[in-house]
Design a protein around this ligand. Sequence first.
Ligand code: NAD
Length: 511
Amino acid sequence: MGATTLTFATRSGSQAHDGPVADYPALYIGGQWVAPTDGGTMESIDPATGRVWARVAFGGKGDIDRAVAAARAAFDGEWGRMPPHERAALMRRFADLYRQNVERLAQLETRDSGRALRESRADVGMHHNYYHWFASLADKHHGRTIPMDDSVHAFTSRLPLGVVGAICPWNVPLMSACWKLGPALAAGCTVVLKPAEQTPVTALELGALIEEAGFPAGVVNVVPGYGAGGAGEALAAHSDVNKISFTGEADTARAILKTGADSLKRYTFELGGKSPHILFADADVEQALNAATNSAWTLCGQSCALGSRVLVERPIYDRVVETFASRAAKVRVGMPLDEATHMGPQSSADQLEKTLRYVGFGRDDGAELLAGGKRIERESLAGGYFVEPTVFANATNDMRIAREEIFGPVAALIPFDDEAEAIALANDTAYGLTAGLWTQNVGRAHRVSAKIQAGIVWVNTYRYLRWTTPYGGFKASGWGRENGLEALDSYLDTRTTVVSTAGTFPDAYAS
Ligand code: NAD
């Protein structure tokens, strides 16, 4: 199967990205496309070929200073004064533009991250709904009237936090940006968006759509750059940034907290996971297997919600093992722009190396390698970071492949004997992002889901996400929620106003 040849039209000029390297020479700051002052040019590698496919401007501390100043000026200026329904109208215009550009954005996302086009399309094709839904909330963050005695009138007002630093990961760049921009703009905040250094392109494309939608200068600024020592750290440290909304690894969140400690800003942290996917023997096993295999390999394993710990009740264990092995052989790993490809490459050489290292840990710890476990080196994929969908049987929950986030397409199949053991295994993890469970017993569905320590529990489905459903983690999986009303709330502050109806105040020193 050969790669489909596609021609990309980028904002920096129409180029066929199969050949010439795409050029993104400017940052988007204060409504202008500007050269970096203390950054430079970074190369974005196409993970399917290992070759440079784009050259992209990146910013340093000075550029972050400029971007934060522009965001502050917009917050204190036109954007801050704009009536909420007008902000909503701009967001809706942006959402419509986004929708018109879905195919192009999905292709660019695939090119930058290696995600199979069919997955990028399905994901990116949903984002306009998020933007529209958050637009609909822009004039609905009401305060409350607080019952008091007759001498005062007390009420709350919801106020935007101010300037937000949005720091995104490389696995789902457009989704992550969407989950931050939607609620931040609906709340009335302004944003400095820093995409991951591995996938800088689509954030700049978002900047172009923001410009086309007609947002006032500085409402959204886009500064690609590095993390530690670069634009990411500068944003996290900046004293005029009111909130950091970060998606990435737990260790990076810890570093961001230390960096920002002096400024006492707010945080949302969307971090990693090691999600249990529990298959009870009383489940509709065929459906459960469809979900369990897909959720272990989706995004080439580079999903925070990956159902990588598959907990299987013993009576169906052999069937699950056989199906995982046979399904692994059916996964079409290939060039990510090929319409037929199920699974593209890992996003970077580092990530490929990490996945292979963990395959070694699985073997060393005594798990049985049932399928996969190797880099794919056939000629058509040579040069890319392709790995086989991998299955370990007879894994135990104390093995490294069951405890640590691999971020590769590696499933660990772990048997259990009863409900209590399933719950104990599910919760025996540092993480608590997502979980899945399959059972046709409605009592068990409620009983077990109520005991799982995870921010979202899917029953008889998996990875079902919508703009309306709060998403985020317990434990080391993060702080706060993205999506749903909770997300909007996290970009707002509360002011309580107490007005005396009498206007009198007793003299405490009269006697
Ligand atoms: P990462 O933590 O290495 O990097 C994420 C971002 O942080 C990048 O933009 C990077 O440049 C920046 N960064 C790095 N060091 C920094 C520092 N010291 N200060 C400020 N910024 C810094 O994460 P990654 O490898 O890009 O992404 C993968 C991780 O993201 C996984 O753990 C995955 O589970 C998690 N993730 C979570 C969710 C979720 O919603 N919970 C979604 C997607 C990914």
